[in-house]
Design a binder for this molecule. Structure first.
Ligand code: HGY
Ligand code: MN
Ligand code: MN
Length: 407
C-alpha cells in the first residue's frame, strides 16, 4: 500500500493556510491579493513537483504531468468564502499535489500521469464554480463580461487587476483523462456522528438562487404614519417569512434553503428604509423539487407584492446547478482503497455542499472523497479536521489513483 509523505502534506497545507490567515481561518476571496499570492505559490509548488504549471485566464492553476495519458485529474478550488475555513478547497488541491509528488518518487508508479488543478471562484464571489465552468467550456461570454460581485466590482476588472487579462483560458481535454477526483472536507457532521473516517460521495445536491430588490420611500420614522409608508424592509421581512412557510410545505427531509444576505438602506433606526436586498439559495438532491421551489418563489413574490407598498423585483436568477450522481467505477476504486486503509470505517454518502466535481462531471467521470469535519463546522474560521484524518484521506486518494490508472 502506498504511503504519502505526511510531513510534507501537512507542511504544504500549513504554508497555504498562512496565506490570507485570519484568526484560525483564512480570507482568500477569488482574485484578492491573498488568493493570487496563493495561486502563484501553488504554481511554483507544481513546478517543483515536476509538473508543467500555468495560471490561466480566469485564475485556474494547472499542473500537468509530462507522462502520457490516460491520466487522472485531481484537485478542488483555492478561493475561500469571505470568512472561510483553512481546508475548504485547499485540502483537495494539496492532496492532488502530494499524490503527484508521491507517485513520481516511486519507481513502481512514476510512469502514471497525475495532473492537478486549483479552480477559481468556486465560492461564487462572481459566479459559483467560475473556474471549472470556464474549464469545461460552459462559461458564456455574456456572463464572463457582465459578472459583478456584491460590491459592484466587475469580473473582468478583477482579472485585469490580477494581471491575467489576455492569458488563455485553459480547456479540459477529456481524451487525456480517465476521470476527475476531488477530495474535500465533509463540511457536515455525518462522518463524525457515525464515527467513520472516509466518505465516498454518491451524489451532489443541486442548487437554485435568487436576488430580490425592494424599492420603497425613505422617510422620517416619527412623522410618517403607518398607512402611508412605503417601507422596503417590511416588504423584505414579509417575503422572507412567507417563503419560509411555503418552502416548509414543499420541502423533503433533504431540502435546505438559506437567506444569508440581507441589505437594508440606509440602515438608521429613525429612517424608514427606502431600499433593501435579499439573497435566497435553495438546494435539494432532486431537480424536480428544485423546479417546484423555483415556481413557488414566483407565486410568493406575486402574493406578497399585492399586500406590501414597496415594489419587489427579482434582480438575478442564479444559474441552476443540477444535482448529479458521481461515477460508479471511480467510486468503487475509492471504496476499495478506503477499505484497505480504514476497514469498515468508510461509508457511501451524498454531498449537501456543491463542488467543482459537479461541473467537471459534465465532461468527465467524476468522484469525490470526504474526510470528517470536526463538529461538522465549515464556512467558518473554526473549520478543522484531525491531523490523522487528513493524512488517512490522502493515502486513500493515492491508492485509489494507482488502482484507477493501473486497471
Ligand atoms: O456552498 C457550497 O456548497 C460550497 O461550499 N461552495
Ligand atoms: Mn465552500
Ligand atoms: Mn469547497
Amino acid at each position: 500500500m502506498i504511503e504519502i509523505n505526511s510531513e510534507r502534506l501537512l507542511d504544504s497545507l500549513y504554508r497555504l493556510r498562512d496565506i490570507g490567515a485570519v484568526d484560525r481561518g483564512v480570507v482568500r476571496p477569488a482574485f484578492s491579493d491573498a488568493d493570487m499570492h496563493a495561486r502563484h505559490w501553488l504554481r511554483q509548488e507544481f513546478i517543483e513537483a515536476g509538473l508543467r504549471a500555468e495560471i490561466d485566464g480566469v485564475g485556474n492553476v494547472l499542473g500537468i504531468s509530462n507522462n502520457s495519458g490516460p491520466a487522472i485529474l485531481l484537485g478542488s478550488h483555492l478561493d475561500t468564502q469571505p470568512k472561510g475555513g483553512w481546508l475548504d478547497g485547499a485540502l483537495g488541491v494539496i492532496y492532488g499535489l502530494e499524490v503527484a509528488r508521491t507517485l513520481s518518487e516511486n519507481c513502481l508508479t512514476n510512469h502514471l500521469a497525475v495532473d492537478v488543478v486549483a479552480f477559481q471562484d468556486e465560492e461564487s464571489r462572481f459566479l459559483g464554480c467560475l473556474g471549472s465552468r470556464s474549464f469545461v467550456g460552459i462559461l458564456d461570454e455574456d456572463t464572463f463580461t457582465n459578472s459583478i460581485d456584491k460590491d459592484g466590482i466587475r469580473l473582468i476588472d478583477a482579472i485585469d487587476q490580477a494581471g491575467l487579462s489576455g492569458a488563455r483560458r485553459s480547456k479540459l481535454d477529456p481524451d487525456r483523462y480517465l476521470g476527475f477526483l476531488e477530495a474535500h472536507i465533509e463540511q457536515g457532521p455525518h462522518l463524525e456522528d457515525e464515527d467513520m473516517k472516509i466518505g465516498v460521495v454518491t451524489s451532489i445536491v443541486g442548487l437554485g438562487s435568487r436576488e430580490f430588490v425592494f424599492r420603497g420611500q425613505q422617510n422620517h420614522a416619527g412623522t410618517t404614519m403607518m398607512q402611508v409608508r412605503k417601507d422596503a424592509a417590511t416588504a423584505l421581512f414579509d417575503l422572507a417569512h412567507t417563503l419560509n412557510n411555503s418552502f416548509s410545505n414543499l420541502a423533503t427531509p433533504s431540502t435546505v434553503w438559506t437567506m444569508g444576505r440581507v441589505l437594508v438602506e440606509p440602515g438608521a433606526v429613525s429612517i424608514i428604509p427606502g431600499y433593501a436586498e435579499l439573497g435566497l439559495q435553495y438546494r435539494d438532491p432532486s431537480n424536480e423539487i428544485l423546479d417546484l421551489l423555483d415556481a413557488e418563489v414566483d407565486l410568493v413574490v406575486k402574493e406578497v407584492s399585492k399586500r406590501v407598498s414597496a415594489k419587489i423585483s427579482i434582480k438575478t436568477v442564479g444559474d441552476r446547478i443540477k444535482p448529479i450522481e458521481l461515477d460508479f467505477l471511480l467510486r468503487k476504486n475509492l471504496g476499495l482503497a478506503a477499505e484497505q486503509y480504514a476497514p469498515n470505517r468508510w461509508i457511501d454518502m451524498p454531498s449537501g455542499a456543491y463542488h467543482d466535481a459537479a461541473i467537471i462531471s459534465q465532461l468527465l467521470p467524476a468522484a469525490m472523497l470526504f474526510i470528517p469535519s470536526i463538529g461538522g463546522i465549515s464556512h467558518d474560521f473554526s473549520e478543522d479536521s484531525h491531523q490523522d484524518d487528513i493524512i488517512l484521506g490522502c493515502n486513500v486518494l493515492a491508492e485509489a489513483v494507482i488502482k484507477i490508472l493501473s486497471d
